[in-house]
Design a protein around this ligand. Structure first.
Ligand code: NI
Length: 173
């Protein structure tokens, strides 16, 4: 296993739409292993492959430190797809390893049903609520080039983009 570099705002790769994984190869397994190591090291509770600059539809997640519920163990979701969302909404303070040390409240559907493939190539459907629902929606967004700051007001979004653009420039000087 190896820790990979997490790309951060304003890296344009974060806006890519990731490609479906056709079969679980040794390379895909290695990617998942590396993503777990990277995610635990960060530390974070969810990671999408594009955050380590791999544009494939793969997510790792472990909510064990946060909540005792369905998502509370190491989970891999390949080609995840939301099938239905509740009308009921819930608000969580979200953060993102690609937008370090920035947290804001985001409102999303409180429950979702989704489909995914596991590392054995089996397809499952599962219901998520609570933090698990928020986290799976946040990570699936990454696969579509969407970031949680996209749900904030333009003012807040512009402010955070400016801050990270400045930081990147400073780091590059
Ligand atoms: Ni994120």
């Amino acid at each position: 296993m190896a820790i990979r570099e997490i790309i951060v705002l304003p890296d344009k790769q974060l806006r890519l739409v990731s490609k479906p994984i056709e079969s679980v190869t040794a390379e895909v397994r290695k990617l998942a292993d590396d993503m777990f190591e990277t995610m635990y090291d960060a530390p974070g509770i969810g990671l999408a492959a594009i955050q380590v600059a791999v544009p494939l539809r793969l997510i790792t997640m472990d909510l064990a430190k946060k909540e005792d519920e369905t998502g509370a163990k190491p989970r891999v979701f390949i080609n995840p797809e939301i099938l239905s969302s509740s009308e009921e909404l819930s608000v969580y303070e979200e953060g993102c390893l690609s937008i370090p040390e920035y947290y804001e409240e985001v409102e999303r559907p409180a429950q979702v049903r989704f489909r995914f493939m596991d590392l054995d190539g089996k397809v499952h459907e599962e219901d998520a609520d609570g933090l698990f629902a928020t986290c799976i929606q946040h990570e699936i967004d990454h696969l579509n080039g969407v970031l949680f700051v996209d749900y904030l007001s333009k003012l807040k979004r512009d402010r955070v983009l400016k801050k990270f653009t400045k930081q990147a420039k400073r780091a590059g000087e």
